[in-house]
Design a binder for this molecule. Structure first.
Ligand code: SAM
Length: 308
């Protein structure tokens, strides 16, 4: 530890941390870093990084740039998904020897869809005090600006890459009454919105939060059925980093048309005028004709139907 002044706040003892801290041991600070804009880092995070004996970073070059931008010189060591197990043991030994370590990932909060949780768990098992230094997180940034009124949300992070696993993960989420927050890579975003619409139904709301805090920050709200067309309309919309927020399942009483009525209506609308399609869909499915007609109008307004 280069300098330690607990009274100044930068390294103040957290209230009520679990367990008894080991005598003479150092501390592990879990430090959030920006998700784009380099200014999005707290004064306490900068002080912690400047004062730590060692900074454990997912990518030492990325963190090196951040530190250089803020005029901080620090000793860096790599801790990423491929070496976390072995590195955690080494770092815990250093913590036990009294060193202070700051843990960072490439962007945002360590351990959130990023490495770090294993080191934290090992440190806690060894009786080391672990202190969070909170800050940026892409999911929370997206939620804060999305205008999602739901009182609860579920952070899912990345969906599985393989299609079958992905679909079954989505099916497991379909009935949950919580806003669902996903991270997605740019080369999978088109496929992802198509699958979201396929599993959750076309009518759920989607917020596409892209490149948050960066030059091309975009926050777009639409229905799932409109998302693919919006993304396809401009190749730039498929670039960068994405958070996708899908509205939760609604209690049955508040839901729109039953899925079968929606399916039949869409099939008929491809061939028939609105009124006729709604009347036939009502006769086939037993759904109410005026609801079907209102839905058909909404689909046409949303551009989901051929003009006519
Ligand atoms: N630990 C990070 C956090 O606290 O948000 C998440 C790291 S995870 C490896 C990276 C993913 O987070 C990206 O693929 C994207 O889905 C999301 N993400 C990170 N930065 C973002 C940004 N500026 N705008 C939108 N999404 C972002």
């Amino acid at each position: 530890m280069k300098r330690h002044d607990d009274k100044q706040g930068a390294h103040s003892e957290p209230q009520g941390h679990g367990g008894q801290a080991s005598e003479g041991a150092g501390k592990l600070y879990v430090v959030a870093t920006p998700i784009g804009n380099l200014g999005d880092i707290s004064a306490r995070a900068l002080a912690t990084l400047a004062q730590a004996d060692l900074v454990a970073a997912e990518d030492t070059r990325t963190t090196g740039h951040l530190l250089a931008h803020h005029g901080i010189r620090a000793k860096l060591v790599a801790l990423h998904e491929h070496n976390e197990m072995q590195r955690a043991a080494e770092l815990v030994a250093r913590l036990q020897a009294g060193k202070t370590i700051a843990l960072v990932s490439d962007a945002g909060t360590p351990g959130i869809s990023d490495p770090g949780a294993l080191l934290v768990a090992r440190a806690r098992e060894a009786g080391i005090t672990v202190c969070p230094i909170p800050g940026a997180n892409a999911a929370i940034a997206a939620l804060s600006a999305a205008g999602v009124a739901a009182p609860h949300f579920l952070f899912y992070g990345f969906l599985p890459v393989k299609q079958a696993a992905r679909r079954s993960a989505l099916e497991g989420l379909r009935e949950l009454p919580y806003a669902l927050v996903f991270y997605e890579a740019p080369h999978r975003v088109m496929e992802c919105v198509a699958e979201l619409a396929g599993v959750f139904g076309a009518g759920r709301e989607l917020v596409i939060a892209r490149e948050l805090t960066k030059l091309f920050e975009t926050i777009h709200c639409c229905r799932l059925e409109e998302a693919a067309a919006w993304l396809a309309a401009d190749a730039n919309r498929q670039r960068g980093e994405f958070v996708l927020i899908v509205s939760g399942a609604q209690p049955e009483a508040q839901q729109g048309l039953p899925a079968e009525a929606e399916r039949v209506l869409r099939l008929l609308l491809a061939e028939l005028p609105l009124k006729q399609a709604a009347a036939l869909a009502a006769a086939i499915t037993g759904a109410r004709k005026n609801e079907l007609y209102a839905r058909a109008l909404a689909l046409r307004e949303a551009g989901a139907l051929p003009p006519g």
